[in-house]
Design a protein around this ligand. Structure first.
Ligand code: KDG
Length: 314
C-alpha cells in the first residue's frame, strides 16, 4: 500500500440513457462521479492504496454527493474545502453506440478552479509516496496552474515522484500554443508522463510513440508511456528500456470515457509496486479494457483480486 496525493476537479456527470441522441434531445440521465483525478483516486483506492484528494467544492448537493462518494470509496477527503462563493462543476455526457461520446461541461469559475497554492502548504508532502496530476487541473484557472506548478516544485524538492497525464482539454486554454507550451513545461518536471498519440501530435508534433517518448526523455522525464488507443501502449525509460504491449479485446464497448484514467491507475499501481515495464503496461491496458464496459467513468475499475483474475484469464 502506498500513500498518494492528487489535486483536481471532481465533477458530477449526468450520463444520457438515450442512445445516439444528442444532449439537446436526450431526456433521461443517470448521475455518476467524474473528473480525471477522481477516477484515478477511485481506481487506486480500489487497488488497496491510500489516496488523499485536495480540492474545493461548492456548498451544494453536487459537492455533498462528491464528498460522501469519496468517503464511501475510502478516499481521504479531509483536504477538500467546501466554499460558499462558487458552485461544484458538472457535465453532461452522451451515450453513443460507436466512438467517443460528446460531453458538455459546466465548470467555468467552479469551486475547484479557485484552489490556490496555499492549500498545498497545509499538507506535509513528505507523507506521500507519489503524486498524480493532470493537465485538466492546470488548465482551469491561473490559480490552479500556479498550484500545479507549486506542487511539482515541492515534490521535486522532496524527491516524490509525480505522474503527469496531459489530458488535453483545448476548451480550457486561451490557445493551442498556450496549452502546448504550459503542458510541456509541466510534463518536463514530472517523473512519468503518459500522453496519447493524438496528444503527442498536438504537444510535440509527432504521433510516433518512440519520437514522443524521446522528446520527453530529452526534457528530463524518467519514464514515458504513450497510449496508442485500443491497440495498446508503448513505454520507454531513461535507461533505454522500451516495450510495446497490445491492448485487450473487448466484446462490447459501452463508454470510452474513463478508460485513460483507468490506464493511468494501472500504471501508477504497477510503478509503485515496482513491476517490470511490460507488466505496468499490461495492467494499464487491462483496467482501460475493464473501464469501457461500463457507463460510469470508474464503475468498471477492479479491486486487486479482480485485476489479478482478469490478467490471469485474458
Ligand atoms: O478522463 C475522464 C474525465 O476527464 C471526465 O470524467 C471529466 O472530462 C473530464 C474533465 O475534463 O474533467
Amino acid at each position: 500500500m502506498s500513500k498518494i496525493l492528487t489535486l483536481g476537479e471532481p465533477l458530477v456527470v449526468f450520463a444520457s440513457e438515450d442512445q445516439d441522441k444528442d444532449l439537446v434531445t436526450a431526456k433521461h440521465f443517470q448521475k455518476f462521479l467524474a473528473g480525471a483525478e477522481l477516477n484515478v483516486a477511485v481506481g487506486l483506492t480500489r487497488l488497496g492504496h491510500q489516496v488523499t484528494y485536495l480540492t474545493q467544492v461548492g456548498n451544494d448537493p453536487f459537492g455533498q454527493f462528491i464528498i460522501s462518494a469519496m468517503q464511501a470509496n475510502q478516499i481521504d477527503a479531509s483536504n477538500i474545502k467546501t466554499i460558499d462563493t462558487a458552485w461544484t462543476g458538472f457535465e453532461l455526457k452522451e451515450q453513443v453506440s460507436q466512438g467517443d461520446p460528446g460531453v458538455f461541461y459546466y465548470r467555468k469559475n467552479s469551486a475547484a478552479s479557485q484552489v490556490t497554492p496555499e492549500m498545498i502548504d497545509a499538507l506535509d508532502l513528505s507523507e506521500f509516496d507519489h503524486i498524480h496530476l493532470t493537465g485538466i487541473f492546470a488548465g482551469l484557472s491561473k490559480t490552479t496552474l500556479a498550484t500545479a506548478e507549486y506542487c511539482l516544485q515541492k515534490a521535486k524538492a522532496a524527491h516524490i515522484p509525480v505522474t503527469f497525464d496531459p489530458n488535453l482539454r483545448p476548451q480550457l486554454w486561451q490557445s493551442e500554443v498556450e496549452m502546448k507550451t504550459i503542458l510541456n513545461r509541466l510534463c518536463a518536471q514530472a517523473e512519468i508522463v503518459m500522453p496519447g498519440i493524438g496528444e503527442g501530435q498536438i504537444l510535440m508534433g509527432s504521433d510516433d510513440p518512440e519520437t514522443i517518448a524521446d522528446y520527453y526523455l530529452n526534457e528530463g522525464v524518467k519514464m514515458v508511456i504513450v497510449k496508442v488507443g485500443s491497440k495498446g501502449a508503448f513505454i520507454k525509460d531513461a535507461a533505454g528500456h522500451q516495450d510495446f504491449v497490445a491492448g485487450f479485446k473487448v466484446k462490447k464497448v459501452i463508454d470510452t470515457v474513463g478508460a485513460g484514467d483507468g490506464f493511468a491507475t494501472g500504471v501508477v499501481d504497477g510503478y509503485l509496486r515496482k513491476k517490470p515495464i511490460a507488466e505496468i503496461l499490461r495492467q494499464g491496458n487491462a483496467i482501460g479494457a475493464m473501464a469501457v464496459q461500463h457507463q460510469g467513468d470508474s464503475d468498471g475499475y477492479p479491486t486487486a483480486e479482480a485485476l489479478a483474475d482478469f490478467l490471469q484469464t485474458n
